[in-house]
Design a protein around this ligand. Structure first.
Ligand code: ATP
Length: 584
């Protein structure tokens, strides 16, 4: 298969503002792809070579790609840099500069060539590797058409930005291999328990739906986490859980999925990244306390203050997410593990067992120590008991509790936010119940004291049904001077020329972004507003919902993907329960 086909499909996907068209172009591309290449093509669509959890990234610096374009076009580095200054995009620069060069008759570039060259670039390390990477990329660009060069240059610098969500790829796979969208749940399940879209696509291409039905949980392949719904009163929670549940502390830490095989331990984040290197102390604790030979265990890790013995807040733990100085950070912010679930043990997939059964097995395969414990929990069967336990949890400095169903239906639902787990947080008692996680989709330039930085950010919620983002507020408060100075740099990698097709808004910000960065926000209340598209026409024709007086809580949710942001339904629920409260 020629890479040209991929480049043309990317061009079409990028040029459309309609999500349906995006799915169509994607389906066409998948249909044209031979089965033995489908896995690779799916990763390339995502701008990757492997699923994230493998941890092999292309990530060549833009500066180096400039050198490769210069070699390929025989133009000076200065000329290329100057052009890049104008376009702001290495793909566009590669496209333009290659187009200027006299067209040659070239051997067509194959997908397999591009993939294997990018793979070699990604894996080349050590002394002399920089030169080698620059030259390899230059060779590849020399063989490429301008359009191909555009997407190769973007892929290699991790700026492909097609904005195709995993769910859109699942839709396209269902259409091409599953006989239509109705097969999506089967395909989605396979994805939820493997987190590997390429592998799911390969399975489908080779053996159809039957093959992916046989997928099961495996050590080394992270599963997509089960998530909690939210309710605001203990009464509602007890009614939902049928009068009995297990309430657990909701620790303010980072979720980890611990995979153990023999003496090998791997850690995955909530976003399914491999974070093993960041937490060497957690790896050691897990090795010392998990007795099963093979296991997948879920836990919350929390930063400990070694002087006071108290838990520290989430932001401090996030400081351990870095590339350098890991050992020093581990000393300064040692981690505590709180085990809470187990989905695989000694060769057995436990996802279909009830929560009490899984907890029993967890109890059998883990030995606890001071630094590795089970979450605090209580079996509650009344509103009073739940309130009491919640007070205790809050006093201990946690965010609140998570109430978990205990009946036979309480299986582990990978990748889904459902009512089997319900969170009840301390903020729910303030005016606007909960904090929300919003995605930055645009920005407005600042004036006066904020000249030169962004004055406010355009924030959006997520709609899983259409895989789009709708705006809900302009966020300008809660930022420190340091935040304001850093935000433009942080957002640079998401910057695009015009509105992203997945963003639905009436606003016209000065700068647009690919939905990427997630911020935690608290507001005074949710009101009807003609300015925003969240919940548009749900409550009043022409009006949507807006968050009034939003403030950034200082939490950058790097642990969340844009698709993990607060959903439109959650906002609608928050709004309607407030109206109910006011009415009663
Ligand atoms: P939030 O933004 O409120 O942390 P979330 O979207 O990350 O929520 P939810 O499933 O809604 O995820 O809430 C559960 C989260 O709470 C988990 O992802 C996990 O990080 C954390 N957590 C803390 N303690 C527990 C526990 N005992 N059981 C499950 N999750 C827990």
């Amino acid at each position: 298969m020629e890479y040209r086909r991929l480049a043309e499909a990317f061009y079409r996907i990028e040029s459309t503002t309609k999500r349906i068209a995006m799915t169509d172009y994607l389906s066409d591309l998948i249909r044209q792809t031979p089965p033995d290449l489908i896995g690779k093509v799916v990763y390339l669509i995502q701008g990757k070579l492997y699923p994230d959890f493998v941890g092999i990234e292309i990530g060549m610096a833009e500066k180096l790609a400039v050198r490769s374009v210069s070699i390929a076009t025989e133009l000076s580095i200065e000329e290329i840099s100057e052009d890049l200054g104008r376009t702001g995009d290495i793909g566009d620069t590669a496209f333009q500069e290659l187009q200027k060069a006299a067209p040659e008759v070239r051997e067509p570039l194959l997908v397999s060539d591009v993939y294997s060259m990018l793979d070699t670039i990604a894996k080349t390390a050590g002394p002399g590797s920089v030169e080698a990477k620059v030259n390899m990329l230059a060779e590849l660009l020399k063989r490429a058409t301008p359009l191909e060069a555009k997407y190769i240059a973007r892929t290699v610098t991790r700026k492909l930005r097609l904005g195709v969500a995993d769910m859109t790829i699942l839709d396209a796979l269902a259409i091409v291999y599953g006989g239509g969208r109705q097969s999506r749940p089967i395909i989605e399940r396979a994805y939820n328990i493997t987190s590997d879209l390429g592998m799911v696509a390969e399975g489908l291409a080779e053996g159809g739906l039957e093959a992916v039905k046989k997928f099961h949980v495996t050590v080394g392949k992270p599963i997509r986490p089960m998530l909690a719904e939210r309710l605001k009163t203990p009464e509602e929670i007890m009614a939902r859980t049928g009068g009995e549940c297990v309430a657990e502390y909701k620790y303010d830490g980072e979720r980890v999925q611990i995979h153990k095989r023999g003496s090998e331990v791997t850690l995955f984040s909530r976003r399914i990244e491999n974070i093993t290197k960041q937490y060497p102390d957690v790896v050691e604790l897990a090795k010392a306390t998990i007795r099963a030979d093979t296991a997948i265990i879920e836990a919350e890790i929390v930063a400990l203050d070694p002087e006071t013995g108290e838990n520290r807040p989430f932001q401090e733990l996030m400081r351990r997410r870095r590339k350098y100085g890991i050992e020093e950070m581990a000393k300064e912010f040692p981690a505590l593990i709180f085990y809470f679930d187990c989905v695989y043990a000694d060769g057995r997939d436990l996802t279909e067992l009830s929560f009490p059964e899984r907890r029993k097995i967890l109890g059998q395969i883990v030995t606890t120590t001071d630094r590795a414990r089970f979450v605090e929990f209580s079996i509650v069967d009344s509103v009073n008991a739940l309130e009491e336990f919640f007070e205790q949890a809050v006093q201990q400095g946690t965010e609140g509790v998570i109430c978990k169903a205990v009946g036979p239906e309480s299986i582990y639902q990978a990748g889904s936010r459902g009512w089997l787990w319900i969170k009840y947080k301390r903020e729910y008692r303030s005016e606007m119940a909960d904090t929300v996680d919003l995605v930055v989709v645009g920005a407005y330039y600042g004036r006066g004291r904020r000249a030169g930085v962004y004055g406010s950010l355009l924030m959006a919620i997520y709609l899983p049904e259409s895989d789009t983002f709708r705006t809900i507020t302009r966020l300008g408060a809660g930022f420190t001077d340091k935040d304001l100075a850093e935000l433009p740099k942080m957002l640079e990698e998401y910057r695009i020329e015009s509105r992203h097709p997945r963003v639905e808004t009436k606003e016209r910000p000065d700068v647009w972004f690919v939905p990427g960065l997630v911020l935690e926000v608290i507001g005074a209340e949710i009101t009807l507003s003609p300015l925003h598209t969240a919940g548009l026409n749900m409550f009043r024709s022409g009006s949507g919902l807006a968050i009034r007086f939003p403030r950034f809580t200082s939490r950058y949710r790097f642990d969340k993907a844009p698709e993990d942001a607060t959903t439109e339904q959650e906002i609608i629920d928050m709004y309607t329960s407030r109206i109910r409260k006011v009415a009663s």
